[in-house]
Design a protein around this ligand. Structure first.
Ligand code: CO8
Length: 256
């Protein structure tokens, strides 16, 4: 069985399912390689405009594979490109929606945070428990988490390894919305479909601009945002979107 399954339910949406249920979808080297390949392919797939990533009902991802990591040394980590998958996800200009049921721990919480929107089931649990196995977060758990929830909640999660439930995660700003567990994937696909109907050039520019907020001082970020905004006035979709509004009809976006 592959460690991941790629599905294309149509309407511009791709669904990447993590498929190691027997190991709570722990991320091993095989899964990393498959995820990297999927994201490289999805970036250039013109039929895909939004991506949903999900696990199963018990776990989104239980973390990096501890059995596999247990015998690795620092040189292994440096020589195997462990970060390839994170770079592939980070370089993906299309919106990524994490549909989280069950555990999102360690690398799993980091994978959710590398996405753009997180839909969580009421039973979802998030955590950065790496210290409990003698390490620390290595793929965004001290950086993206701190930016999402602030220093004091991040410190609590990273230094104690305690898990937080979906309601608490929502209150902290760690997830976008919470729905019934059985509705998580459907809701994520619904959001992806809605995004896929919108003008893709505007979506890509908007995503890039929001992500830039993490890396730029406000003045530079506002200038960056304005350039993206101005650039979109050179697209056919801007003309069509505004014309359709004024003519009181549904726009037909072409991605040009
Ligand atoms: N790695 C390997 N195997 C795992 C992992 C994991 N992270 N999580 C669960 N499994 C396996 C278990 O060993 C068990 O296998 P078996 O049936 O053969 O004994 C099976 O999955 C089911 O697990 P449980 O019986 O424990 O299932 P529960 O539902 O009772 O508990 C938990 C699920 C809460 C997820 C529990 O298994 C657990 O605490 N797992 C470990 C969580 C953890 O510590 N995660 C952090 C790992 S370190 C990390 O992620 C570092 C990231 C660094 C950079 C990013 C790289 C991708």
């Amino acid at each position: 069985m592959p460690a991941t399954i790629l599905e294309k339910p149509g309407h511009g949406v791709a669904v990447v399912r993590l498929n190691r249920p027997e190991a709570r979808n722990a991320i091993n080297l095989e899964m990393r390689a498959e995820l990297t390949a999927h994201f490289h392919a999805l970036v250039v797939d013109a039929d895909v405009r939004a991506i949903v990533i999900t696990g199963d009902e018990k776990a989104f991802v239980g973390g990096a594979d501890i059995a596999e990591m247990s015998t690795m040394d620092a040189a292994d980590h440096l020589s195997i490109d462990m970060m390839n998958v994170w770079n592939a996800i980070r370089a993906c200009p299309k919106p990524i929606i994490a549909a989280v049921q069950g555990y999102a721990l360690g690398g799993g919480c980091e994978l959710a945070m590398a996405s753009d929107i997180i839909v969580a089931g009421v039973g979802a649990r998030f955590g950065q428990p790496e210290v409990r196995v003698g390490i620390m977060p290595g793929a965004g758990g001290t950086q993206r988490l701190t930016r999402a929830v602030g220093k004091f909640q991040a410190m609590r999660m990273v230094l104690t390894g305690e898990l937080v439930g979906a309601a608490e995660a929502l209150g902290m700003g760690l997830v976008s919305e919470v729905v019934a567990d059985a509705e998580v994937v459907g809701r994520a696909i619904e959001i992806a479909r809605r995004i896929a109907e919108l003008p893709p050039l505007a979506i890509v520019q908007a995503k890039e601009s929001v992500l830039a907020a993490d890396n730029m001082p406000l003045d530079a970020g506002l200038r960056y945002e304005r350039k993206g905004y101005q650039l979109l006035f050179s697209t056919d979709d801007q003309k069509e979107g505004m014309k359709a509004f004024l003519e009181k009809r549904t726009p037909r976006f072409k991605g040009k």
